[in-house]
Structures are given as structure tokens and as C-alpha cells.
Design a protein around this ligand. Sequence first.
Ligand code: NAP
Length: 223
Amino acid sequence: MSQRTALLVGATGLVGGHCLQFLLQAEEYEKVIILVRRPLLMDHQKLEEHVVNFDKLDQYASIMRANDVFCCLGTTIKAAGSQQEFRKVDFTYTVQTCAIAVKNGADQLLVVTSLGANPRSKIFYNRIKGETEEALSKLPCEAIHFFRPSLLLGDRKESRPVENAGISAIKGLSLLMAGPLKKYKPIDANVVAHSMVLVAQETRSGVNVYESDRIQALHDAVA
Ligand SMILES: NC(=O)c1ccc[n+]([C@@H]2O[C@H](COP(=O)([O-])OP(=O)(O)OC[C@H]3O[C@@H](n4cnc5c(N)ncnc54)[C@H](OP(=O)(O)O)[C@@H]3O)[C@@H](O)[C@H]2O)c1
């Protein structure tokens, strides 16, 4: 595979931050374009950073040219302030980014959604993630990969007490999560990011879904 360009959104986040590191290290990529709402203040010869207004993504279409699009955007209803604002980030920004990049010729999308993503779910979060997958699956793109992690582990700058309580409770149960329950085990954010970059090198076509057990196995195979 010749050297490629990656477009990454969510680079300031937990999964996105790891994804950025893997992309900058990967010799398959000669350029990594990131769209951020606040500067990362990082210097790297491969890195091209653009501070953008995500409500006006169309205005940045000319810089959104890449082979592979990595999407790690996301918020919480608490941080966003309402279900509507949450949907704007997790659905609208994600779908718009990918649609613009595909229109510009991108041939792979690698998008973090969530365990339980289902457009018909009664749970709002899972429904939005499912609607996002559904909308993205309609884009005319060679390969679309959805990563559906369970609870993410890693060092966060901001505190999320509810999530931390969930992590402690689920960690205690992790040893019992074998066989079909493996996909519910909490997973390290860096494992998710690593697997995204590995999958991008596989040149697999069509729509593909990776839950935590498969994400972990991809990482473990080369770790
Ligand atoms: N947390 C979990 O346990 C869990 C489990 C399953 C799936 N997921 C999903 O996995 C994905 C990655 O999660 P994460 O924990 O790595 O996310 P994160 O650390 O919260 O990072 C989210 C990213 O989205 C950006 N973002 C948020 N609101 C934005 C806005 N209004 N405009 C522009 N950018 C915005 C953030 O930018 P700023 O830094 O500027 O805020 C950051 O780069 C998300 O889609 C999440 O829903 C999470």
C-alpha cells in the first residue's frame, strides 16, 4: 500500500488521542490531518492541524481530503447539555465529516460508535449510535468499519463519576465475562485506537462491525 493520508476528528479525546499517536507512528501514513475545535499545540512533521467550527464543516471541505477517515468524536448528554446537542456531536458532526470526506474521494471510514448501537433501541444513546451507523452505511465508500467498544478505560482529564463507578463495578465482574460475554468487558482506549489503525491496513471492503472482543483480539495478535 502506498503512503496514505488520514483525516482524524476527535484527536483531543481519549480514543482519538491514542489514534493520533498510532497514525503519526504508522509508516503507511505520510500525512495526518486533524480537525479540532481547540488547538492541540503539538508539533509533528506529518501533522496538519485545523481549528474549525464543526457547525460549518462544509466550509472546510477543501482540506478534508484523505484516504482513510478516523472518527472518534463524541460527547455525553451531561457535557452537551441536552439530548439534541448530544445528537449534534455524535450523529451530525460524525456523518457530515464522513460524507464530505467520501465526496472528496475517501475510501475507508473507521468510526467509533458503541456496544449496543441500534437505530431501533429504546435507549437514547444506543439509538443515536445506531442511527449514525445506519446513515454512514449509506455512503458510497469502499470500506466502512464500526468499532463498538464496551466501557472505555484510560486516563481522562475530566472526571466522570458515573462512568468511574461503572468501571469499578464492571471491572469486578470482568473475570466472569468469558465466551459470548467477552464483548462486555471494559476495554483500554489505546487498544481501540490501535485496532482502528490496524484494520485500516487490511483493505477489507464493505461494512464491518468490531465489538470489544474482536477489537481486543486484533490488538493482541500484533502486541
Ligand atoms: N466512554 C465510554 O466508556 C464509551 C463507551 C463506548 C463508546 N464510546 C464512544 O467512543 C467515542 C470516543 O470516546 P472518548 O471517550 O474517546 O471521547 P472523549 O474523550 O470524550 O473525546 C471526544 C472527542 O469529541 C470532541 N467533541 C466533543 N464535543 C464536541 C463538540 N461540540 N464539537 C467538536 N468536537 C467535540 C472532543 O473535543 P474537545 O476535546 O474539544 O472536547 C474530543 O476530541 C465516542 O463516540 C463515545 O461515545 C465511549
